[in-house]
Design a protein around this ligand. Structure first.
Ligand SMILES: Nc1ncnc2c1ncn2[C@@H]1O[C@H](COP(=O)(O)OP(=O)(O)OP(=O)(O)O)[C@@H](O)[C@H]1O
Ligand SMILES: [Mg+2]
Length: 372
């Protein structure tokens, strides 16, 4: 068996975790205990792809979990250099959104619920929503919390344990390529001559020995159980859920509208999985203003010397129109405006700064629809 702990010798030792709270927003805390997942920038744009590449191995995931978190300056702390602040805004914080709260709560409950269910597949969760809505971020954030809680609970006995696994469904996945992805996460050697059954057996054996408790499968919308290959891949997942004693959480784009939930396999999945909707932030929800709270949480995390607090929440209507309430577009807009404010020396974000920034294509189309 591969000892993941030996393989991860290069991963940094657990480092400072600053449990932080948001100073002004009641609804959404800028979770300074969280590594902002956009920590590796790619062309200054959204960079979750780069990160996903890194966290799909145990070494990468452990490095992500134990890395120091991006956090706004503490009151009274010495001012940070321009370079440090550029790096901080490029990385930025992860806001503890209602979806992250709900996912964390449900994962905890399901893990307790399934603890003694040894034979059949345990109940699972699916995070569903449009592109760039924060699904992967929520998954990784909850995975991180689960990993840290496990390490805290078991202390030195946790050495050799891998509490959390994160696997991406590869494009045009077959059962074998998905099984290989599971193997790759724990560094299980796979040769061309191995059959799918052999790889699966090795995966089940190693995951069980490493005490994996939470398996997160992202990009689940890539599966189409209507095709033969897709059906076999869905069957493999079902098989793994029955043979590995872990709770499974999936994330994918608008899964209820995909073939994933149709047919026999869809019924097997829908019969066990609860949905967590990760959609756009509405401007108003009953008495609450979720999008306003989100902006407030992000503004509170800024490290700009002349920014006037309250400027961004006051622009909530304009920002909602520009981003359609999508957290990915909003985060990009605010991060990019912060970098502009730092490089041009104004150190503040105003509507004029925001107006100069071109957003992702989806948001731009929404904001400036083409005339018929
Ligand atoms: N909770 C959060 N706090 C701060 N920023 C966030 C949060 N969630 C998402 N973001 C921002 O939104 C971007 C997109 O998020 P993410 O990659 O999680 O979306 P996704 O729903 O997985 O997208 P896709 O469907 O394309 O995979 C991130 O790079 C990050 O900048
Ligand atoms: Mg994603």
């Amino acid at each position: 068996m591969v000892n993941p702990r030996q393989r991860s010798a290069a991963a940094p030792a657990a480092s400072r975790q600053t449990a932080g709270t948001n100073r002004r927003s009641p609804g959404l805390a800028a979770n300074t205990a969280a590594v902002a997942v956009n920590s590796v920038d790619r062309d200054g744009a959204s960079n979750e792809g780069t990160l996903q590449g890194a966290v799909t191995t145990w070494d990468g995931f452990e490095a992500f979990v134990t890395a120091p978190v991006a956090a706004p300056p503490l009151p009274g702390a010495p001012p940070r250099t321009l370079d440090e602040r550029l790096a901080y805004h490029s990385r930025f914080v992860t806001v503890r959104t209602p979806v992250i709260e709900a996912l964390a709560r449900d994962v905890r409950t399901l893990m307790l619920l399934g603890r003694h269910q040894a034979v059949t597949a345990r109940p699972s969760l699916i995070v569903t929503g449009p592109a760039a809505a924060g699904k992967t971020t929520a998954l990784l954030q909850v995975g991180r919390v689960c990993h840290l809680a496990h390490t805290r609970r078991h202390g030195p006995a946790a050495a050799g344990h891998v509490p959390v696994a994160y696997v991406l469904v590869p494009p045009a996945a077959s059962a074998k390529t998905l099984a290989v992805e599971f193997a790759r996460y724990l560094g299980i050697p796979v040769t061309d001559r191995m059959s799918q059954a052999q790889i699966t057996n090795a995966v089940v054996h190693t995951y069980t020995a490493a005490r994996v408790q939470l398996v997160m499968i992202d990009e689940i919308h890539r599966l189409n159980p209507r095709t033969t290959t897709g059906a076999q891949t869905a069957d493999l997942i079902k098989d793994l859920t029955e043979r590995i004693g872990a709770t499974f959480v999936y994330a994918g784009i608008d899964v209820t509208g995909t073939p994933l939930f149709t047919g026999v396999r869809g019924a097997q999945l829908a019969g066990r999985a609860s949905l967590i909707d990760c959609g756009a932030f509405p401007a108003r929800l009953g008495q609450h203003e979720p999008f306003h709270d989100l902006i407030t949480a992000m503004e509170n995390a800024l490290d700009l010397h002349h920014h006037t607090p309250g400027t961004l929440p006051a622009l909530a209507g304009y920002l909602h129109q520009r981003t359609a309430g999508r957290i990915g577009s909003l985060a990009r807009l605010i991060r990019q405006a912060s970098i502009t404010a730092l490089t041009d020396g104004t150190e503040r974000i105003t509507k004029t700064t925001l107006e100069t920034i071109r957003l992702d294509h989806l948001a731009e189309q929404h904001h400036r629809p083409r005339p018929r």
